[in-house]
Design a protein around this ligand. Structure first.
Ligand code: SF4
Ligand code: SF4
Length: 369
């Protein structure tokens, strides 16, 4: 009972901090909303579609990692996710999480889950981890990927029992990954544990999509409707529909400004699929770099599948074109027979169309400070 109460308190605190992230993101364009940082390039698996791992790299020394986290905090970053490779191979992952939290930022971890034990989950609780995402590709391991439900199910049970942080399970659809219906089985298992779910589209070596077949598109639509959070790009159904059909989307990619990918060498890149742009050492990255990259047009944007950058871009679209963007989200929901979520309706009325919207915005920002 005591532990359940503690988990509820932590979940409520996370929701308030996430509301602050959204409020800050809507107020200003001059800070990164999300950074993914690599504490080690090494991975204990070898998925054949992956271009983000090796078998030899040493972990980044703790002092170096902490200095990078401090610099990201100085840039005003709201959330940092540890990525890889496999970040749990870093011997001091929990120290890094602790430093992220000490700056008031949200701390996340993207993992294949293999190294999770009951003890490791408790250590991550104590470090203050906010969210953990496990990617699961298939129901049983195959030649492409060993990230399978069969292998990871016990880890999911432990997480359901012990984790004080949010857990979400990401599945993927696309050529060569699992059997088509595996993604649905995995998402339903995740929901049975009370976890969130998300679905991605497998991409090529530069982050670009290829059209899904008709069964995969149907599955993608079903999966998008399951377990999506309030702040999720899955609400932009028109965008998602283009993505799975391989049709170009019109959007502004804020990579390099609102989202950064910091590799193990400490270089800041647009994203994991566009490394080398701009490829500037993080310790020299300034607000001027953020301003420049915000305005840089990315030619890879129309067919991009990098969903965390889409999610960040949604806030900028709402800040720059609130009515048009909220109407677009609602229209897409109505077009498939759905309802505009009540929260979106209320927020639109209070903060966008009300004659007293400036007052309401000021009050909300003050309350979330
Ligand atoms: S587990 Fe993740 S990082 Fe490791 S090879 Fe597979 S996709 Fe790449
Ligand atoms: S559009 Fe942005 S997120 Fe997508 S591949 Fe290009 S730089 Fe990366």
């Amino acid at each position: 009972m005591g532990q359940r109460f503690l988990r509820r308190i932590r979940a409520a605190s996370r929701r308030i901090r996430m509301a602050r992230v959204i409020a800050r993101g809507l107020q200003s364009r001059r800070h990164p909303i999300l950074v993914q940082i690599v504490p080690t390039r090494r991975c204990n698996l070898a998925c054949t579609y992956c271009n983000e791992f090796d078998k030899v790299s040493a972990p980044v020394p703790l002092d170096t990692m902490l200095a990078r986290i401090d610099h990201l905090a100085a840039l005003g970053t709201s959330m940092i996710d540890l990525s890889g490779g496999e970040p749990l191979l870093h011997p001091e992952t929990e120290e890094i999480v602790r430093r992220i939290r000490s700056h008031g930022m949200l701390a996340g971890l993207l993992t294949n889950g293999y190294l999770l034990t009951r003890e490791r989950i408790q250590k991550l609780n104590r470090a203050g981890l906010d969210r953990l995402q496990i990617s699961i590709d298939n129901v049983t391991p195959d030649d492409v990927s060993h990230k399978s439900l069969k292998v990871l199910d016990q880890k999911l049970r432990w997480l359901a029992e012990l984790a004080a942080f949010d857990v979400s399970i990401n599945t993927v659809l696309g050529t060569g990954v699992g059997q088509n219906d595996d993604a649905l089985v995995i998402a339903q298992r995740a929901l049975s544990f009370g976890f969130g779910t998300s679905v991605g589209v497998i991409h090529d070596g530069s982050g670009q999509t290829a059209p899904l077949d008709s069964r995969q598109r149907e599955l993608y639509r079903q999966l998008q409707g399951l377990g999506r959070s309030f702040y999720s790009h899955a609400h932009d159904r028109l965008f998602q529909e283009n993505l799975v059909r391989g049709v170009a989307n019109e959007w502004r990619c804020g990579a390099g400004a609102r989202y950064l990918y910091v590799c193990e060498d400490g270089l800041a890149h647009w994203c994991s699929q566009q490394r080398g742009h701009p490829g500037i050492p993080l310790e020299r990255y300034t607000v001027d770099d953020l301003d420049r990259e915000y305005d840089t047009v990315k030619s890879c944007a129309p067919l991009c599948t990098v969903s965390c950058v889409h999610r960040v871009a949604l806030l900028d679209a709402i800040r720059e074109r609130p009515l048009e963007t909220l109407e677009r989200l609602s229209a897409a929901d109505r077009a498939v027979g759905g309802q505009t979520p009540r929260t979106v309706k209320v927020l639109t009325r209070v903060f966008v169309t009300s004659p007293r919207r400036d007052l309401f915005r000021r009050l909300a920002l003050r309350a979330l400070r």
